[in-house]
Design a protein around this ligand. Sequence first.
Ligand code: DC
Length: 207
Amino acid sequence: MDERIIVAIDGPAASGKGTVAKKLAKILNLPHLDSGQLYRRIAYQVLKDSVNPNDKKALIELTKKINFENTEIEDLRNDNISSVASIISQYSEVRDQLIEYQRDFASNGAVVDGRDIGTIIFPNAKYKFYITASLEQRAERRYLQLKRDNAEIDRNNIKNDIKMRDLRDINRKIAALRKAVDAIEIDTTEMKIDDVIDFIVKYIHKG
Ligand code: DC
């Protein structure tokens, strides 16, 4: 396949887009970028350095110092980091500093997942998908995922966190989560991950 092909995958929290993007990248032999990890990496540093997540000036300074090649330092998927990532990602001061990294990463083609990939980062991506699922289903998936590591986890808290994050991501002033007009929407509420991948691979191979 053309090595500069970009597959943009957007969608709300816990929609399964990350898992889909990762598997798809393997199948298509393209690098995968989980852009949420970039925002999570900043959130991790905000919490570690006790920075106020609404202090834009401090956020810019902190973001400049981060090496984004290294997002595997810690488990970045916990609830605290998720909420702070959603807060700091509202600011253009933060988002602007990540644009170049994402475009450079995909300069030879990539599968990239996030919230604004098909709308802002790669508006000309050849393939765009918007992966979604009902709030209940997304909360249940995230619950089962987190429960593996933490038996104390509460279903309702997870559902509320996801709901809050959706509201923030959808209603923010810049790069809000929305389906690109030319993206294909896939509602995975009743679908297995492998069926979603199958659908996308077939679609891409059809050209
Ligand atoms: O995809 P995720 O759940 O790992 O993303 C964590 C947060 O990062 C999400 O709530 C909003 C923000 N984010 C964003 O604003 N833009 C992206 N392209 C990816 C994530």
